[in-house]
Design a binder for this molecule. Structure first.
Ligand code: HEC
Length: 97
């Protein structure tokens, strides 16, 4: 009986975690359109003379670092505009584009 309860709990926890990351992912997509697409293209394909498609060989950490602190001269820093969780979600999102 105890075992069954534990596995039900484990399954619901996984569901909750997946649900939350699903929401973060949807938010990242909306944030991307709102704040990034103007320079990176709606699907991260890049804009001629401005950006190239995202380098997906970079880790989430490196990508999050660029979003946080920017990349002179044109990539703005988002550390004052977005929360750390939003930046992490965006980093995962752009690497999946
Ligand atoms: C004002 C234009 C502009 C905006 C707005 C902008 N970027 Fe950039 N971004 C650039 C430029 C220019 C570069 C450097 C050229 C390149 O790497 O293509 C760059 C580089 C990057 C890189 C590093 C490139 C790589 O392949 O790893 C990432 C990641 C990135 N931007 C993410 C974002 C995200 C996420 C947003 C929205 C929160 C955003 N950028 C908003 C212009 C912009």
């Amino acid at each position: 009986m105890e075992k069954k309860k534990q596995s039900i709990l484990a399954v619901s926890l996984v569901g909750i975690v997946m649900g939350i990351s699903g929401i973060a992912f949807a938010d990242a997509a909306a944030t991307f359109v709102e704040k990034c697409a103007v320079c990176h293209g709606a699907r991260g394909e890049g804009k001629a003379g401005m950006t190239t498609p995202f380098d997906k060989s970079k880790s989430n950490e490196v990508t999050a670092e660029v979003i946080t602190n920017g990349k002179p001269p044109k990539m703005p820093a988002f550390k004052d505009k977005l929360k750390k969780e939003e930046i992490d979600a965006l980093a995962a999102y752009v690497r999946g584009l």
